[in-house]
Design a protein around this ligand. Sequence first.
Ligand SMILES: C[S@@+](CC[C@H](N)C(=O)[O-])C[C@H]1O[C@@H](n2cnc3c(N)ncnc32)[C@H](O)[C@@H]1O
Length: 446
Amino acid sequence: MAVKGRLRPAPAVDAAPAPSQDDIGVEARVVAGILLNAALEKRNGLDEALSQPAARALEPVDRAFARAVAMAALRRLGEIDHILNRRLKKSPPEAVRTLMRIALAQTLVLETPAFAAVSTAVKLAERDPKTRPYKNLVNAVLRGVGREGPGLTTAESNLPDWIAARWKATYGEAALAGLALAAREEPATDLSLKPGVDPAAVAAAVEGEALEGGTVRTGRRGDVASWPGFDDGDWWVQDAAAAVPGRLLDVKPGETALDMCAAPGGKTLQLAAAGASVVALDRSAPRLKRLTQNLERTGLTAEVIAVPAEDWEDARTFDAVLLDAPCTATGTFRRNPEVLRATKPAEVAKLADVQHRLLDVAAERVKPGGRMVYCTCSLEREEGETQIIAFLRRNPAFRTVAADPAALGAPPEALTPEGWLRILPSMWAEHGGLDGFFAARLERVS
Ligand SMILES: C[S@@+](CC[C@H](N)C(=O)[O-])C[C@H]1O[C@@H](n2cnc3c(N)ncnc32)[C@H](O)[C@@H]1O
């Protein structure tokens, strides 16, 4: 079933002359194109490009605008290309397409006035000898969309074909439609709170709502470091779904816990906040820096060690082990729309091998009678259910302990017949959705 949707029609482009759109506005749009292409090229491309000189030279407000435009273009790429392709007799050079994608992301998604988006796109086309011959085409296509409207588009067209086919086969047509709708929207920001901090008070301070499970959700934008409670370490940013595996592990004060793939550390903070004595490992020292900063800010403690888990030379075993394994992260498409473009089919199998290996390393660290939670923020079965089925086959010392979604602040429909959690971003639609996660709790019985 195709979900029909109409992008917002752009205001008439001839309505007003451009008010002095100075060169800063133009530069922000250049950077938006750079960010978009970097995100399409490789995983983490957008973040890397944001730290490059072109983006850093912008004022913060322009950099934020450039990022917002690139993110809007990524979320609606299929629809935007569909609108363009209907109006183009043959495909223009990539640089020209980028200009038009950026302009349509502004007019159709961000509601930037059309005269500003179109005039800067034409200005940019003029500036580069490679795009100059296409200046009139850019002008005609964008004005045409403004005049006649974008026409019908489908939310599914924003998903790469191979991913849409996979999710349809795994979750069915109705779920695919819900996932496609979730992928179009910019998500709210979720906060996990330190014990003793009142969710209602934080919700009031950030104009948000307290969700089941204790997460506070806010539509507020901008730099979180300036929000009330940040400096006091009252909370940290963590998607509502990402907070579930930590709760599932259910550590108690005085227990020992190992967070085996810990950085940047949202789950380590949860385990430490629950009173466990936590060891946090990660192979990436730069990623662990954020974890250390968050521990300092929140006044929580953990032993932080930069090492690949399989190389950690330490004989300790633990009451509770959390393996939040490296994965394709396809469940995080609301926050990171580029994951859908960056993930390639071969990567799923490659990461599944890594997860298989790390599960066995994690199992070795669980004390008799202890427990382990395995989770990934992927929607691919190979990185979730298939891993646990295979693990239980080769490790008869472990068995599943069924999750209780109501106690964990997870949607009830996330519970699988096996007692695992399969959270889809299309769930909790009435609250604005949540990231996709798989989580299973296992206990060492011998
Ligand atoms: C999904 S992220 C973890 C997110 C983290 N648990 C959180 O809640 O913020 C996966 C992490 O695994 C780390 N990693 C990958 N391979 C690893 C290994 N062999 N040993 C330890 N960490 C590893 C990566 O550096 C990455 O930080």
